[in-house]
Design a protein around this ligand. Structure first.
Ligand code: RB5
Length: 140
């Protein structure tokens, strides 16, 4: 499975930690602590996923909020802020998220690593959840 990771300056430190822990992640930037705009990173990630180059994305900003809002504007992106362990499991089982989002200034590094592991070890349940995901794609 190809996993990509991206952050703004608020998530840079956590991105570097995750890259070391989970080797083989494709780094979509940012590449230093200089201030940058999280919608640009969300756009880059969304395009990689929607084109099929990447199977799963990890996005990080200061809180996880701005970058998740930005990513979820792209049809086909299901970005979930994994704010606890139960949510990490449900984000796969029920929502089949394709982008995991974290807050570099709000979450502990060890918690984030644990939640990524929980997500990766869970399976999408399909069934009734498929219909709900289809309704999301229909939009409004
Ligand atoms: C950047 O200062 C900060 O606003 C950003 O990282 C994020 O937290 C936005 O939601």
């Amino acid at each position: 499975m190809k996993i990509a990771i991206g952050s703004d300056h608020g998530g840079f430190e956590l991105k570097e930690v995750l890259k070391k822990h989970f080797t083989d992640m494709i780094d979509l930037g940012t590449y230093n602590t200089e201030s940058c705009d999280y919608p640009d990173i969300a756009a880059k990630m969304s395009k990689e996923i929607l084109s099929g180059n990447v199977d799963l994305g990890i996005l990080i900003c200061g809180t996880g909020i701005g970058i998740s809002i930005a990513a979820n504007r792209y049809h086909g992106i299901r970005a979930a802020v994994l704010y606890d362990d139960f949510v990490a499991e449900m984000a796969k089982k029920h929502n089949n998220a394709n982008v995991l989002v974290f807050g570099g200034r709000t979450m502990k590094q060890e918690d984030v690593i644990k939640r990524i592991d929980i997500f990766l070890n869970s399976e999408f349940e399909g069934g009734r959840h498929n219909k709900r995901l289809e309704k999301i794609e229909e939009g409004c």
